[in-house]
Design a protein around this ligand. Structure first.
Ligand code: 1GP
Length: 246
């Protein structure tokens, strides 16, 4: 299975996708499996697994549990090069293009690429763009990089265009997990204007209305993590999926 081709095909048909982020530090493998069992019928297109800083060793256990219960593609969303597992279908191969930290632009990629090849894990080339979300975020702190100011859509668009010209396959506009304010619609629209690449948008999306706004602004994949982390929240997955696909 080529995971990126599936994402691209839906994007090219204009179909919006919902990605749910599971953080192995915050949920048990058993609970992740229960969520996965209902993911497909709830309209989930992608299950992302990872975190900015994993303090437990549960990544592979959570991935295996999810994989045993669903055919929805499982993609690692790595906070560091330690987050790899042959059990996943693919990994977001993130280059933090909004930052100027060489380790997150190319250094870590050199270290981990031979391992990904060995594990036969599909790398999905992704231009990762941090957008200021009102408060410092783990992604910004851990990567030692500044986000793009949220009132500068033209700067975000220039980064997106450069990524497109470099041959990067998709973009991820990131407000940061638990962001106070999600990525502004104006930023998504400005990026959409300059590129046809799939655009992922995540960070601080806490309501169906906001999710729909981001999809309408031009996001191809809506990522929700924190809001769904508790059992109560997972009950809302279906309504998020329905709304963004409407
Ligand atoms: C974080 O974009 C994801 O990298 C999801 O963010 O946890 O705020 O939904 P939330």
């Amino acid at each position: 299975m080529n995971v990126f081709n599936g994402i691209l095909a839906l994007h090219q048909r204009g179909e919006k996708q919902l990605a749910v982020l599971l953080d192995p530090d915050k949920i048990s493998a058993g609970f992740a499996g229960e969520f996965a069992a209902n993911a497909e019928s709830s309209g989930v297109d992608i299950i992302l697994i990872g975190g900015s800083l994993l303090t437990s060793d549960k990544l592979t256990e959570v991935i295996s549990s999810v994989k045993s219960k669903t055919n929805v593609p499982v993609i690692i969303f790595p906070g560091s090069i330690m987050q790899v597992s042959s059990k996943a279908d693919a990994i977001l191969f993130l280059s933090l293009i909004s930052g100027r930290n060489p380790e997150y632009l190319i250094g870590n990629h050199v270290i981990v690429s031979p391992i990904l090849r060995e594990l036969n894990l599909e790398p999905i080339s992704t231009g990762y763009i941090l957008i200021d979300s009102g408060v410092p975020t783990s992604a910004s702190f851990m990567s030692n990089s500044f986000p793009i100011p949220r009132n500068k859509p033209d700067i975000a668009a220039a980064h997106a265009l450069a990524a497109d010209y470099l041959g990067i396959k998709q973009l991820y506009l990131e407000g940061g997990s638990g962001a106070q304010d999600p990525v502004p619609n104006e930023v998504i629209m400005a990026v959409r204007k300059v590129t046809d690449l799939p655009i992922w948008v995540g960070g601080g999306i806490r309501s169906v209305e906001i999710a729909k706004q981001k999809a309408d602004a031009g996001a191809s994949v809506i990522v929700v993590g924190t809001h769904f982390e508790y059992e109560k929240g997972f009950a809302q997955v279906e309504s998020f999926a329905k709304e963004i696909k409407r």
